[in-house]
Design a protein around this ligand. Sequence first.
Ligand SMILES: *Cc1c(COP(=O)(O)O)cnc(C)c1O
Length: 410
Amino acid sequence: MNDPDLERLDAADPLRECRARFHLPPGLIYLDGNSLGPLPVATPGRMSGLIEREWGEGLIRSWNAARWVDAPRRVGDKIGRLIGAQPGETLACDSTSVNLFKLLAMALQLRPGRKVILSERRNFPTDLYVAEGLAALLGAGHELRSVEPEKIVEGLDDQVAVLMLSHVNFSTGAMFDLAALTRAAHAAGALVLWDLAHSAGAVPLTLSADDADFAVGCGYKYLNGGPGAPAFLYINQRLQAAVRTPITGWFGHVRPFAFETSYAPAPGIEQAQAGTPPILGLAALECGVDELLRVPMTALREKSLRLSELLLSRVETELAGAGFEIITPRDPAQRGSQVCLRHAKAWPICQALIAQGVIGDFRAPDILRFGFAPMYLRYADVARAVAILGELMRTGGWDRPQFHQRATVT
Ligand SMILES: *Cc1c(COP(=O)(O)O)cnc(C)c1O
């Protein structure tokens, strides 16, 4: 299975030394960093220092002495560097779902005469659910309008308050043109809210230069912040004085420790905080983000595209006739950092691959998804993953009874 050309490519890879910075179980090929990033080697030391010294010894004094109180903004600004935001535009807080709720509500307030949240039908379900729930809660006639991806621009009529899209689609890997759709939304008088769950830390982003209004994203995917890590939100500087968070908690108050009886928003991005920040989660997230800040995003993108191209071309040659349909765009400009294959037996095939040490994931009803995190993934790994998949298909090794059982989390 060795491929000398690929081994040479790995040996010459400018990112080859990053791999040692992650804890990766030996023998495993991890193609799921888009779902849960692996553990950075630096994280356990940072966590035990935080727990034993800052919490254990410092106790409540650490809110000031260890600058716990600054963590949402500090980690937010580091994420801001990855997404092309200005300092003060990004905050690490809450979950992606909760951040979507807050920012969507802000966007709707800014367009009081318009009642439509425009999105696409294949957006990640939580995004659509949150929009539905918010529209119902507001009770003011708002509606979620979900269209086919190619109908978005024509859907931007004068009723649309906000265009809410995932930059990279979770189940196809297709990537929208963020700058062009932001311009189209603005030309139609609408705001944009981008979900960067599958692009932050994976593709270069220039949110401020593109004049995006709002964005959210996940901490536990490409940012390697650990299971359930805090998420982030971005609010364009030019909107910050005009927006009002719907969750008016004390940490978003201009003077939280004055304990005043009524609410007054903090002036900047801090307004978007609700309650006490999760310090343990933020520390782990910061370790993950620090790893990404060591390398230029352009180098990550270049390698990511070579890795996905390698997988696509090997699937075409080695898996021809095995029933796979490539649903990720072949054009690199329209592709995020994952490749998705449709197959009628995707679930048992995915389980059989995992049993062979190749971890990708399954997305209902029939999609196999492989994510590429270039800091630790090698070209040889990708080729070996396809070879193992080919072998499973040829031998029927995927079709064992244990691979057909469904788990709770897929
Ligand atoms: C992973 C993902 C989420 C997850 O939201 P949580 O609140 O963290 O569970 C949201 N949106 C998109 C597009 C995602 O890919």
